[in-house]
Every structure is written in structure tokens, then in C-alpha cells.
Design a protein around this ligand. Structure first.
Ligand SMILES: [Zn+2]
Length: 390
């Protein structure tokens, strides 16, 4: 029989149940942050609610001296899709017979939020006058446009010259077992829409037309073949991918007047987005095209190659689970990209990501208890054993 009453469960799982019962689909928070704030206020945290637009955010800190270590995360979840496709209702959490906590957000990332809170509760109980400052940067818009969420809070902190030395983002970084992977960076993402102009005409009279598809092909081939960089120890080589190619009127006898090509770079720290834009233009210019590009910078790459935080998280995972985590920068973008711009050391450390955004999202219940102990071990390493002074 699945467990639906959390009364007998650990404090971490009890809080996870409470968060999972709220269908907080982006940008709705539905009281998740109130729950967290109530617990943090009881620990003496100073709370600042920072709503922007229809997004709820808060920033909370405790402690008065030394470096600041913040936990970051989001209370919003992606939509569940039709409930009939779920084995258990997505917003009625339970632990199934295999010991898996089920519900939308169990892995991404309400389980991590619960683990952060209980980790800090135990840490503060043991070290009420701890060295260093502990922070929480929580948003209800990570899965959506991500404009009024972490990005806006970070700008607010920047204006105030707030220091943020270390940050653990609770995104589900683990692959096969709790803590086997810690993300210590992410690639950048640069999108572009390339418009190439030709001259429309009859296919039987090509000398009166200018076929933009024919012009586009060698230019795109050059972009695809370009060696943008070789990557480095932490990042694979930068890649250029075309995701959409639109041209043509549908008629078989018409040369189209224009072409639209949608492409995306996932890039390493060996190049900047400015380099990629300039090199793209140089290649297109060499092909003598009539074109323009609309660019969208989705995120700069970030990397925390080494330092106290990487050391403390490696140590925490090993101390609690016996596993030696692998550092990785794989995957899409995350809110870490915004936080890293404050000059912070940033890592992502959370439970297994196998079912995130899927139906039947689930995470091993005991993994969340381990995660809570890992977060606590990181705080202990930084502020008790290490007395970090960056
Ligand atoms: Zn997430």
C-alpha cells in the first residue's frame, strides 16, 4: 500500500509532501514560499519578499559575518499533463511500494527545497552562532520565462552590492544514484534567426530570380563545418545546430523570395557570445548573402572549476553516501547562469533527474533524507571545519 499520510515520515519528507500538495505550475507559488518562510523565520532568518510581475520570490539570510552560502531553487513546477496518464494523482503525493516519492515536482525540485530547509534546521540547532551567513534565493519562475525570477533577484542583490560567495542550486543533478553527479557549470546558449533575402520568380526563368535556398546551403554548410573551439577540461566543443529551416511557397514552380533559418549555439567558456556572433557574420559575409540575424542570448556559460564550494560538496556527498561524485557541465541552462554573474562559486546538487518533467515524476524517498544530510555536511565543512574565508 502506498504511504499517503506523512505523519510517520522524516521531517524532510513531511515538508516535501506539503510542498507537493500545492499545484504550483509556473508562475504560481500557491503558498509554497510561505511554508518555507515560516520555517526560516523560526530559525531567525531575515526575510525579504521580492515579487516581480506575477512571480513570487524571496531572499532570506541568517548570520552577520563571514562568507555567504546561499541555497537556490524554485517552487514552480511544469504542468502535469492529463492526470489519467499518471499512476497516482500528480498533486497528491505518496510513497509507492518501491519507496519512490511520487508527484509533480518530487525531483524538480520540491524534494530539494525540503532537504535544504531541514538541513539548515539541524545545522542551526547544532551551531546557533555559526560562522558565515546562510541564504535562500527562491523563485516561482524557473520553468517559465525566467525573467522576473532569479534573474531579477540577482539584479536586485547586485544593485545593493550584496556578496554571494557560494551557491548550491538544488536542481536534480544526479544520474543513477544520489550525488553521483555534481554540476559545476553549464554551457552557454545563443540562439539566432537568420533571414536570407532572394528574388522570387518562376523556376523556368531562374535568371530572373535569385534563389535564397541555393545561397543558404553553402553558407550553412560552412557554419556546420566550422571548428568553433575544441572545448576544454570541463566543456565539450561548442556546437552549432540548425533547428528550423523555412522556405518555399508550396508551389513546385516558384523560387521563393526568402529563407528563414533558426539555429542555436551551445558554447563553452573558450569563446564568448560576441566571438560567435562575429564569426557567424564573417562566414555569411564571405558568401555574399543579403541577410540579417536576430540574436537571443539565452545564457552565458558559467564554470566553477575548483574552490571551497566544489571541495565541500565533493566531501559532503562522499561523507554521507560513500560515493565519489563526478563533476559535469552537461544539460541545458539553469538559474545558476544568473547567480554566477555575481562572481559566486555555483554548483548544482540534487536528486536523480531520470523522470523530471515526465508523467509519474518520482524520486527515491531515502535519497531526499541523504540529500538533506549532504547539504548539512556542506555547511559544516564550510562554516565549522573549514571556516571558509574567500
Ligand atoms: Zn528545476
Amino acid at each position: 500500500m502506498p504511504i499517503t499520510d506523512p505523519a510517520s515520515l522524516s521531517p524532510t519528507l513531511q515538508l516535501a509532501f506539503e510542498l507537493l500538495r500545492r499545484p504550483s505550475v509556473t508562475p504560481d507559488d500557491l503558498g509554497c514560499q510561505d511554508l518555507m518562510i515560516e520555517r526560516l523565520e523560526a530559525l531567525g532568518f531575515h526575510i525579504e519578499r521580492l515579487p516581480f510581475g506575477d512571480v513570487e520570490n524571496f531572499w532570506a539570510t541568517r548570520g552577520h559575518h563571514g562568507p555567504l552560502m546561499a541555497f537556490a531553487g524554485h517552487t514552480d513546477v511544469v504542468p502535469s499533463g492529463p492526470h489519467v496518464r499518471w499512476d497516482y494523482p500528480p498533486f497528491e503525493p505518496c510513497i509507492d511500494d518501491d519507496g519512490m516519492l511520487r508527484g509533480r515536482g518530487a525531483a524538480d525540485m520540491k524534494g530539494s527545497l525540503a532537504a535544504m530547509i531541514t538541513a539548515v534546521e539541524r545545522f542551526v540547532a547544532t551551531h546557533p552562532d555559526h560562522h558565515g551567513k546562510i541564504g535562500f534565493l527562491i523563485t516561482s519562475d524557473e520553468e517559465g520565462p525566467a525573467v522576473d525570477g532569479t534573474r531579477a533577484v540577482v539584479e536586485h542583490l547586485r544593485e545593493r552590492h550584496e556578496r554571494l560567495d557560494y551557491c548550491i542550486v538544488g536542481e536534480p543533478s544526479s544520474t543513477d544514484a544520489m550525488g553521483d553527479v555534481i554540476k559545476n557549470g553549464r554551457r552557454g546558449s545563443l540562439g539566432g534567426v537568420l533571414h536570407i533575402k532572394g528574388i522570387q520568380g518562376h523556376v523556368a526563368y531562374p535568371h530572373l530570380a535569385n534563389n535564397p535556398i541555393h545561397q543558404a546551403m553553402p553558407a550553412l554548410n560552412a557554419l556546420v563545418k566550422e571548428h568553433w573551439d575544441g572545448g576544454n577540461d570541463f566543456f565539450p566543443a561548442t556546437s552549432f545546430q540548425v533547428s528550423n529551416f523555412r522556405a518555399g511557397t508550396g508551389a513546385t514552380n516558384v523560387i521563393p523570395g526568402d529563407v528563414e533559418v533558426v539555429f542555436n549555439f551551445r558554447f563553452s567558456t573558450e569563446v564568448t557570445h560576441g566571438d560567435l556572433q562575429a564569426r557567424t557574420r564573417a562566414i555569411l559575409d564571405a558568401h555574399d548573402l543579403d541577410y540579417h540575424i536576430d540574436w537571443t542570448l539565452n545564457g552565458e556559460p558559467f564554470l566553477t572549476a575548483e574552490g571551497e564550494l566544489v571541495e565541500a560538496t565533493l566531501h559532503g556527498v562522499e561523507a554521507v553516501t560513500g560515493r565519489q561524485p563526478r563533476l559535469s557541465t552537461s544539460g541545458g541552462t539553469s538559474d545558476g547562469r544568473f547567480i554566477a554573474t555575481l562572481g559566486s562559486q555555483v554548483v548544482e546538487l540534487g536528486p536523480c533527474n531520470a523522470t523530471i518533467h515526465q508523467t509519474n515524476e518520482r524520486v527515491r524517498a531515502t535519497d531526499l533524507d541523504e540529500l538533506s544530510r549532504i547539504y548539512e555536511a556542506v555547511l559544516t565543512k564550510l562554516f565549522v571545519n573549514g571556516k571558509a574565508q574567500p
